[in-house]
Design a protein around this ligand. Sequence first.
Ligand code: G6P
Length: 612
Amino acid sequence: MCGIVGYFGKQDAVPILMNGLKRLEYRGYDSAGIAVLNSGESHSIKKSGKVSELKKLVDDSPLKGTIGIGHTRWATHGAPTDINSHPHWDQTGKIAIIHNGIIENYSVLKSVLENKGYTFKSETDTEVLVQLISDIYYADGLDFSQAVQVALNQVIGAYGIVTFCSDDPDKLVAARLGSPLVMGIGENEYFIASDASPIVDHTRNVIYLDEGEMVTISNDGHEIRSISDNTIINKTATEIEFSIEEIEKGEFPHFMLKEIHEQSKTIIDTLRGRLLIDEGTAFLGGVRDYIDRIQNANRIYITACGTSWHAGLMGKYLLEEFAGIPVHVEYASEFRYRTPIIDSQTVIIAISQSGETADTLSAIRMAKEHGALTVGICNVVGSTIARETDCGIYTHAGPEIGVASTKAFTAQVTILYLLALYFGRRNGMSQSEGTKLAQALWNLDTQIEKIMGNTDEIESIAWETMHTENFLYLGRGMNFPVALEGALKLKEISYIHAEGYPAAEMKHGPIALIDEKMPVVFLAPHDRTFDKVFSNIQEVKARKGIIITVTDKRTKDLIKISDYIIDVPSTHPRIFPILASIQLQLLAYHLAVLRGCDVDRPRNLAKSVTVE
Ligand code: G6P
């Protein structure tokens, strides 16, 4: 979702902002813009469409300055037009602002300002905020950062903002409530961004702003204060953990393909130091102090959105089977607006790649208010969910840039295996069973490499099915969430309509759609569900559907009935779903590439959904 980059220093801000916007593209956006301040003069250029289009305008302009702000906008209030793009200006043309989030009381504030004679150019809530700051600054004789603070105290909603004023130059002000901001500290220069990716090119020293904090950067350095009561807050810098290579494509044509390939490594990174193969168990330092509370929970809710929700559903199957703990999996957006039964014996596991998803964050806050223990499974170190949960486990998948989640998903699932293994052993799983599962997890790297070494069948399925407009994915047990995730990947990046269903449920509706044009992907491992899935395959064959079977063993019957077979290396029966998910990621990827889609930045989607 929207991205923020800001610069304060001695260098020309323009290339720094433009590179920053490039780095932020992965979050999803539909317009972009920058504004700079140069010896008291300020100017901006903004444009709907891609950063590359903005760049053409910027390259043809004399824009220069040592203080600047840049933004990628994902439209909420108002269409993605040039006018609605950020930065927005107050009506004196002296104060510029960029904003992530939503100002909920913007219409009330706007009427008050209109009554005072203010006029508005855009449809955005952001313009209301900058006019409000201007109204306070020019009427009350405050310095600029005080005016920002007073304005923010009148605002209801969520924001990450960066702003400057040419009448109080040599100052950059940023503030956060509900939308993340990180400040990079270089040699006599500062960077502000909505995540660390635009900063890592310049410095590794960062301070994460917490909720309700604002920072004023000037030639004297930086000063962090509380927005609500203006008290000074002292914070020390931490170091960014990832490298530039991790956020670059290298030899791969797309980040998504790079990230699919990386899974042989990232899953091992997730397991490293946590998997105890000989003991047949796991060590999870991040939740160590809460083990009894988790094991004795009256219920566990797993809450998440999108792909992370699918990981959660896989977690339910694992935890219930191995650990014997009842688990409910909830869409965070639904969970937070229901009246779920939560008390101090309840455990909420929030799964989030970004650690910033607004609904997931609100769900854990709601659960905390009811006294529940909150556990975060996050990928982004220092993210809000990671910091606000009582305890948690990082997935260590490294930065994920492709909007469609791949390596973060398998890392989340891997953590859930570790939890299931640990609590399974406490619930009667034998050491040898534990060791078998642990060994199978540890062997995933070679099996994933095997998959990556032969993608011919998947590529030919993609060729044959690229013009189809529908796909069905069917699986049973833990492969039902795999079917859901396979279908989600396909629709996200190829815009083919796809649905995932429990295989047996096909008879209760989707079967009506099946004809000779409908590809149906079956997850068919040789486990206790195989015979039932095989019957479902026959039902589809009888209606002339195109059968794509994902299996760990090519039997004669499967070869005969299937139009295509996608092989999954043979493994522990419970590990099949991870490998099958990776095959389905590849299928979605190749289909999307053949259809000419923007794989890494699918239309309308955002990487990190920071609005509700
Ligand atoms: C967006 C992304 C998805 C992601 C979901 C939840 O929709 O495009 O890939 O699964 O948000 O994000 P989270 O960061 O909480 O896992």
